[in-house]
Design a protein around this ligand. Structure first.
Ligand SMILES: Nc1ncnc2c1ncn2[C@@H]1O[C@H](COP(=O)(O)OP(=O)(O)O)[C@@H](O)[C@H]1O
Ligand SMILES: [Mg+2]
Length: 149
């Protein structure tokens, strides 16, 4: 999906479509600056996956795990600053075949993440809208997005 502006209702529609495109085991990276709406988007995706409450920024805990119709891992790597945390978090442990994993600030540990199925890029736009673009890893993944329309 190319870059498009979205207010919150529109973002919910996009998040719901992505949720319908996801399969267990998928890794979703969310890129974009502070306030771009990454956590808001994760909340909407998680809700669309049946997570009823509790989605908030895991900045202080690095990872939140939610139970919806599927296990949803929500990681925020903002606080990782490279080497000192290198041995503390084995990010791969979250990437289990039964779970969907969404990662904010993946650039903090990108070299330790396997190739994601999805990259969501967000940026500021107007006070009420954000720019959103979603990219599937390959044609097979992208076909799921097309089918989820
Ligand atoms: N169209 C929109 N999309 C996403 N967030 C929006 C939008 N309009 C307003 N907001 C607000 O912007 C803020 C985005 O914050 P957050 O999701 O925590 O950003 P990030 O995780 O990227 O730092 C939230 O308070 C959200 O309610
Ligand atoms: Mg956030």
């Amino acid at each position: 999906m190319g870059c498009r502006p979205a207010d919150l209702p529109r973002l919910a529609t996009i998040a719901s479509r992505l949720a319908r495109s996801l399969v267990p085991g998928d890794l979703v990276l969310l890129e974009g600056p502070l306030g771009a709406g990454k956590t808001a988007f994760v909340r909407l995706v998680a809700e669309a996956l049946g997570v009823s409450h509790g989605v908030r920024s895991p900045s202080f805990t690095i990872a939140n795990i939610y139970q919806g119709r599927v296990t949803v891992n929500h990681l925020d790597l903002y606080r990782l600053d490279g080497e000192e945390d290198e041995d503390v978090f084995a990010l791969e442990e979250y990437l289990t075949p039964d779970a969907i994993t969404l990662v904010e600030w993946p650039e903090r540990a990108l070299h330790r993440l396997i190739a994601p199925e999805w990259i969501v890029r967000m940026d500021h736009d107007t006070p009420d809208t954000r720019l959103v673009a979603i990219e599937g890893r390959d044609a097979v993944v992208a076909a799921r997005w097309d089918a989820a329309e």
